[in-house]
Write a protein that binds this ligand. Structure first.
Ligand SMILES: Cc1ncc(COP(=O)(O)O)c(C=O)c1O
Length: 386
């Protein structure tokens, strides 16, 4: 077999992105500047939020959101064990304590009932993660937050363009943070965006993203700029650059086209694989717009003679890249040692993780690529049926 390797993901960067980056380089304004402003404005409109702050990554944005909201030592923040380590790391960087709550089996998102069970007098915030691009049960989570006076800071790394009951993700919680990392539905290489309805939180986050300097400090290199600034809090260097924003502006204008392809490919995978009993396919709840950042399938290990790890190897041998989202937080040594998590604490998350792998799904794939992946899955299943 001489078919080329199908990578797990690949960004779609067209000539417009390349031209815009070159133009930005020629403009001489490489750091935070006019293109960042323009990108913030367009993104803000896209998600229907009042404020948007462009940042260097989703991780940076989540750190800023927690800092700007005043989350700190003594506070507990509830999130999911099925997430990337960054969600939990930013809580720890604030000196707060991450508390995990188990997931639902239909969408792998936080289970609101489990969240409510974990609330203590110290709970300060909820950090829902819209896993794979499918919004969490936000009505329930926002209701819990309202009743217990908690902040809702959403990790929307996977969920740009997603909607919950026809409301865009980015306009629901106290703050929402998106990722434009290279694997995401739109990319700036690395980068992120924080959106919020709260003008004070936005201003505070912006200032903290620029070392804590008085807020339009980046303008000090403009013709009318002033050299003078004041530092009002110890901040970070978390702002986006104009080179990243140049990519972001173009990717944002293509995003709806990307989303249509992702949705079409999810339907096609469903059609190609729905009769394979050994594989549980992901599904979208009716009240959401799922943006299919990932296509996470689960193997039913009781029906197969091989496990997930061997299945991934078998796909690799057939030239197909995959990934696993995610190794549960409570499996990692650091969090176990510091917070006393143990295997067995979150049974649904563990059950899901055991057979979990993400198949490739991205706009640069063709229908033939999808058919090739599905064929490989069917072949491996049929060779290893119990
Ligand atoms: C759920 C989740 N949260 C946060 C992040 C971090 O995003 P970034 O790389 O933009 O910091 C990622 C991954 O990239 C993620 O998958």
């Amino acid at each position: 077999m001489t078919e080329s390797f199908l990578p797990y993901c690949r960004p779609d960067l067209g000539p417009d992105e390349i031209e815009e980056v070159v133009e930005t380089l020629r403009s001489g304004w490489l750091a935070t500047g006019p293109r960042c402003k323009q990108f913030e404005e367009r993104f803000r409109e896209y998600v229907g939020a009042s404020h948007a702050v462009a940042v260097s990554s989703c991780t940076a944005g989540m750190h800023l959101a927690l800092a700007a909201a005043g989350v700190g030592p003594g506070d507990e923040v509830i999130t999911t064990p099925l997430t990337f380590c960054a969600t939990v790391n930013v809580i720890i960087h604030r000196g707060a304590t991450p508390v995990l709550a188990d997931i639902c089996l239909d969408d792998y998102n936080l289970d609101p009932q489990e969240v409510e069970r974990r609330i203590t007098p110290r709970t300060r915030a909820l950090m829902p993660v819209h896993y794979a691009g499918q919004p969490c049960r936000m009505d329930e989570l926002l209701d819990i937050a309202r009743r217990h006076k908690l902040l809702v800071i959403e990790d929307a790394a996977h969920a740009v363009g997603a909607r919950y009951r026809d409301r865009p993700i980015g306009s629901l919680g106290d703050a929402t943070v998106f990722s434009f990392y290279v694997t995401k539905n739109m990319t700036t290489g690395q980068g992120g965006m924080l959106t919020t309805e709260d003008g004070d939180l936005a201003a505070q986050a912006r200032q903290l993203s620029l070392h804590g300097m008085s807020h339009d400090a980046w303008r000090r290199y403009e013709a009318r700029g002033s050299w003078y600034y004041e530092v009002t809090a110890p901040g970070f260097n978390y702002a986006m650059t104009d080179v990243q924003a140049a990519l972001g502006l173009n990717q944002l204008s293509r995003l709806e086209g990307f989303q249509e392809l992702r949705a079409r490919y999810a339907v096609e995978y469903q059609r190609l694989l729905e009769d394979v009993e050994e594989v549980i396919l992901p599904s979208a709840r009716p009240e959401v717009r799922h943006v299919w950042h990932l296509y996470p399938v689960r193997l039913r290990s009781e029906l197969l003679t091989i496990g997930r790890d061997e299945f991934i190897e078998a796909l690799r041998e057939r030239g197909i890249g995959t990934s696993v989202h995610f190794i549960p937080i409570h499996y990692h040594p650091y969090y176990r040692e510091c917070f006393g998590f143990r295997k067995g604490d979150f049974p649904r998350c563990e059950q899901v993780f055991e057979g979990l792998l993400s198949l490739p799904l991205y706009p640069l794939m063709s229908m033939d690529d999808l058919a090739r992946v599905a064929e490989a899955v069917r072949e491996i299943v049929s060779t290893h049926r119990r």
